[in-house]
Every structure is written in structure tokens, then in C-alpha cells.
Design a protein around this ligand. Structure first.
Ligand SMILES: Cc1ncc(COP(=O)(O)O)c(C=O)c1O
Length: 479
């Protein structure tokens, strides 16, 4: 087909458009096919690629087919969370329709700051779908760039609810406090720092033997703080801690939130999708009582980064926190714009990838994929129990994180051994695992949040850890 605008100006691909798209889709298809199976080693960065990545700013361009090939080379030699044996951190896994949604959304480059027509309606529908999926009676919500921003957004609304008008006149003499578990994500502290609450006013409450927040300790701390003149601003229940996947008991925390008149936020950035899985659902009892929640669709709903959501039970709290009037933001018929309901201004249509994922695969496939990951965590735990040299935490995995270590008899420094093993696993490339420190000790911390992972990948993880764990023992020989 001939190009409709052969005289296109300099920054258009003009007649190379179709060829560029074909080349890019060739690379995408290759990647998707490759991601179906694990690869035995990571691709090293070649000297040619290194030279390319050290080149100075080009004054003149290179043909787009060549530059697209360069991009593919870079990505192919990079750590890719989409691979089925990537068990590090809490990854997203590049859901195929999610990647297509990004290409479409970025090509139209819709801006969700103000009313963007159908895209705004789609975002609102995606909020409703997500709320229905999780079983939360959301009155509103918004998509953000990640769990950190979602948590800050929710806690900004909590601050305005606890101290009405503080967005205008500051905290005055108030001394607000935020309550969360010892193992809450750092983004709660970051929110306290950002909101003027102060990191020192985040009360990190003790945890039980399954590493979930203890309501009895929280109650005592709330009572003590109220008596001392502090203003409790929010209780944060972490539904899936980053360290071990512990789920704080939401219902008892909702009771305390009611008793003390405090906002309840559920940070389910990682774990909330497990609320849809029958065997995990009881852990999330009371979710509907929360004032707000965070869920990262770019974690356990598999879509590519960046796509998080913050949902609130009562949308008016977002309006009270963020609505404003500026000459450059039109307010047609007094309707609120997205910028009146969230922290960010210019925003891409992040909701499209979740919307397309749910429209294409349906909620049931999403639930099944989350359930499979939970089963894989249980499988890994059971496999570890079969090997005396493999150590796990005393309790079974709550969600899909399974901390483990290799016991080396007479090893003088098990933590150094585990750290060395983790580095060796990463260098080996057959599986990717990241380390974590639990109660002062180093663990390997595999996490299953990948729809491509199969049971055979779990078996491979055990095999490689056993093989390299034994080989590594020499690094820290007998005492
Ligand atoms: C429980 C929890 N909250 C918040 C975050 C922050 O999310 P993001 O990295 O998307 O900002 C994470 C990240 O792992 C998390 O596990």
C-alpha cells in the first residue's frame, strides 16, 4: 500500500512506517515465543552492544529498521521478568495483550488529565471491573504509576479526612500518626515523609508468628497515642507483605479503625488478587470495610508496568483532597476532571492494559493464573521439605512467596553463604532469585507472580538451588 503522506515531515517514519511496524512485531513475536520456555543462560552483553551503548549523541539518525534491531538486542541482553523462571522481587510478566494495549495507548497518546472522551469512560469501567474482581464496593478510584503513588494518594485522602482543610493550611499544631506492620512496604514511610506527617510518626506495630500485624499491639499503641494527644490518621493493613506475603487481619483492623474513627487503607499492591482465589479468600475477610485500597495490576494481574490502582469506598474523599480550579483546566458543567481526583496531572491510559486483559481473557482466567501461582508456592514448600538441606520458614506460604535457604553443615557463616549462593544463581542465569533479610538473616526469596511459570519451572528451581548450593559450600568451608 502506498504511503498516504510521502512528504511527511522529518520526525514521521513516512514510507518506512509499515516496514518498521512489521520489524517490531517480528521481534515481539520472537520474544513471546521465547518466553514460553525457560532459557538455559542469559545472553551476555557483547562488545559490539557495549560500544553501541557508549556512543555519543547522534547528530543524524540511522535507518529505523537498524535502530529497532538495536533496541531488541538491548532488551534481549537485559533481565526480563517475563521469563518463566524469573522468581525475583515481585515481578510483572508482560501479559501479551497488555503489551499490545500499551502500543495502542501510546500511539494515540491519550491524556487522562482531563476528560478524554471514551478513554475516560474506559478508565471508569476498568475501576468498576477491578472493584468487582476484588470484591470491594468502590465508589471511585484511579490508575497510577505504581503502588508507591497509590499508597501516597490514599494516605493523602486519609490526611484530609482526619484533618479537614490541612491541604490548605497545613498540619498546624496537629501531630498525626500512621499505623502499619513492622513489615509494611517502605512506601508508607515515604507517604508520611511526603505528607508532612514525618517518618518518626509511622508506628511500626509488631507481628505474629505468621508475620501479620497484631491487632492487640495496635490497639494498645492507638490508645497510648490518643492519650498523648496524637491524631491517628490511618491504619494500613498490608495484604501481602513484600518480604514474606503475610496478610494482616483486615477485619479486626477494621474494628479498630471504627472504634478510633481512623481511616483504614489496605496495601494490597502485591497480594490483593489472591482475594479472588478460594483457598486464600478467608485471609482477606473484611476487605469491603476498608476506606481505600491499593492493588498493582503490574504485579499479580500480570500486565506490564506501570499500572497500579487506588480504589476508595467514597469518591467524595478524593474530590475533597484533590479538586481545584486553575485557569488552564476547563471544568465543563462543574464536572470534575481526573486531576481533581488524583495526584498526577498528565497520565497515560494505563487502564487500557487491564481492560484489554479482562475483556480478552475474562476474570476466570485471571483468577486461575493467580491460583496456579499460589499452588506453585505450596509445591515449592513441599519440595523443600523433601530435602534435609533445604530450610523454609516454619509456616506454609500465605500467598506466593517462599523464603528458603540451603543448610551447609558446619558452615561458619550461613548468611554469607546464602548471599553468595544468590549471586551465583543470578550469574548462572538458569533461574533468577533475589535475596531478602528476615529477622536479620539472609534468605533466598522466590516469588511466583508469573502466568508463564509451570510446575516444571518450580522443579528446576529446586534442582538448580541444590546443585549450586552444594557447589557454593566451598566458599565458606568448615569452621
Ligand atoms: C506491599 C507493597 N506495597 C507497595 C509497593 C510499591 O509498589 P511499586 O513498586 O509499584 O511502587 C510494593 C512493591 O513491591 C509492595 O510489595
Amino acid at each position: 500500500m502506498s504511503d498516504p503522506r510521502p512528504d511527511a515531515p522529518g520526525l514521521s517514519l513516512g514510507p518506512r512506517r509499515a516496514a518498521a511496524l512489521a520489524r517490531a512485531s517480528e521481534h515481539v513475536l520472537h520474544a513471546w515465543t521465547e518466553f514460553d520456555h525457560a532459557r538455559e543462560t542469559e545472553t551476555p552483553v557483547s562488545p559490539e552492544l557495549s560500544a553501541l551503548l557508549e556512543a555519543p549523541l547522534p547528530e543524524h539518525g540511522t535507518d529505523v529498521l537498524t535502530t529497532i534491531d538495536w533496541a531488541r538486542e538491548v532488551l534481549d541482553a537485559s533481565m526480563a521478568q517475563s521469563r518463566p523462571r524469573f522468581f525475583g522481587y515481585i515481578g510483572s510478566s508482560g501479559l501479551e495483550v497488555g503489551a499490545l494495549a500499551d502500543l495502542l495507548a501510546h500511539s494515540y497518546d491519550t491524556n487522562l488529565a482531563v476528560d478524554a472522551g471514551a478513554a475516560t469512560q474506559l478508565e471508569s469501567q476498568a475501576v468498576d471491573w477491578l472493584a468487582a474482581f476484588l470484591g470491594f464496593p468502590a465508589g471511585g478510584g484511579t490508575f497510577t504509576s505504581g503502588g508507591t503513588i497509590s499508597n501516597i494518594t490514599a494516605l493523602t485522602a486519609a490526611r484530609e479526612a482526619a484533618l479537614p482543610g490541612s491541604r490548605h493550611h497545613g498540619l498546624g499544631g496537629a501531630r498525626p500518626t500512621i499505623y502499619c506492620s513492622l513489615e509494611a512496604h517502605y512506601s508508607i514511610v515515604r507517604a508520611a515523609e511526603t505528607l508532612g506527617v514525618g517518618a518518626d510518626h509511622v508506628r511500626a506495630v509488631g507481628i505474629d508468628e505468621e508475620r501479620a500485624l497484631r491487632p492487640d499491639l495496635l490497639r494498645a499503641r492507638l490508645a497510648e497515642d490518643v492519650a498523648a494527644g496524637f491524631t491517628p490518621l490511618a491504619i494500613v493493613a498490608t495484604a501481602g507483605t513484600t518480604l514474606t506475603g503475610a496478610v494482616d487481619p483486615i477485619d479486626p483492623l477494621a474494628d479498630l479503625a471504627e472504634e478510633f474513627g481512623v481511616w483504614l487503607h489496605v496495601d494490597g499492591a502485591y497480594g490483593l488478587p489472591a482475594a479472588t482465589v478460594a483457598q486464600c479468600a478467608p485471609r482477606f475477610a473484611g476487605l469491603a470495610r476498608a476506606d481505600s485500597l491499593t492493588v498493582d495490576c503490574h504485579k499479580w494481574m500480570f500486565v506490564p508496568k506501570a499500572c497500579s490502582a487506588v480504589l476508595v469506598r467514597d469518591r467524595r474523599h478524593l474530590a475533597a483532597t484533590f479538586a481545584h480550579d486553575e485557569a488552564y483546566v476547563p471544568h465543563a458543567e462543574e464536572r470534575l476532571n481526573a486531576v481533581d481526583l488524583t495526584l498526577e496531572y498528565s497520565r497515560p491510559l494505563r487502564a487500557l492494559k487491564l481492560w484489554l486483559a479482562l475483556a480478552t481473557h475474562g476474570a476466570s482466567a485471571m483468577r486461575e493464573a493467580v491460583a496456579r501461582n499460589c499452588d506453585q508456592a505450596q509445591l515449592l514448600y513441599d519440595r523443600c521439605a523433601e530435602h534435609e538441606v533445604l530450610e523454609t520458614l516454619a509456616h506454609r506460604p500465605t500467598l506466593s512467596i517462599v523464603p528458603l535457604r540451603v543448610r551447609v553443615p558446619q558452615c561458619p557463616d550461613p548468611d554469607a553463604h546464602t548471599a553468595a549462593l544468590c549471586a551465583r544463581l543470578q550469574a548462572d542465569g538458569r533461574v533468577f532469585v533475589s535475596p531478602a533479610t528476615i529477622d536479620g538473616h539472609v534468605w533466598l526469596r522466590p516469588c511466583f507472580t508469573n502466568f508463564r511459570t509451570r510446575d516444571e519451572d518450580v522443579e528446576a528451581l529446586v534442582t538448580v538451588v541444590l546443585e549450586l548450593g552444594a557447589a557454593c559450600a566451598g566458599l565458606h568451608g568448615p569452621a
